[in-house]
Design a protein around this ligand. Structure first.
Ligand SMILES: [Zn+2]
Length: 138
């Protein structure tokens, strides 16, 4: 399964991750998903209310409003993204817990150091199993 993003959107996510370094950033991905691909049409930056280097949380009301607005333009929440400052883009134990609350959506994780993005990985939780998604820009 693929996660398809517009190059400009991926760049914006990367810029957000670098701007927030050394804290984690987070945001939402909106678009459409089908059997074999998740297509992102819009990204929405959220504030990491924890301001933490090892965890993230978005304001639930902000998330609710963003989802509502996207749905009115015909998109659905197809993914979430966050950054991993100074560590690899793997699914942490904490991520795995939160993933259970957001199954069937893509999890885009960026590993960042001070001045650059080291890795981009995407995962999805399906039937209680974490699968890696192929990231494609279009
Ligand atoms: Zn994480």
């Amino acid at each position: 399964m693929k996660l398809k993003l517009k190059p400009a959107d991926l760049k914006a996510v990367e810029a957000h991750a670098l701007k927030n370094f050394p804290r984690e950033c987070c945001g939402m991905l909106f678009g459409k998903s089908s059997e074999d691909a998740i297509e992102v049409e819009e990204i929405v930056e959220a504030e990491n209310v924890l301001g933490s280097p090892v965890a993230f949380e978005a304001d639930p009301e902000f998330v609710f409003k963003a989802v509502d607005r996207a749905e009115r333009s015909g998109f659905e929440l197809v993914g979430v993204y966050h950054s991993h400052p100074n560590i690899h883009a793997y699914v942490s134990a904490r991520d795995a817990e939160i993933m259970k609350l957001w199954p069937e959506v893509a999890w885009l994780i960026l590993s960042v150091v001070k001045d650059r993005v080291l890795e981009r990985k995407a995962y999805i939780l399906k039937k209680n199993k974490v699968e890696e998604l192929e990231i494609e820009t279009r």
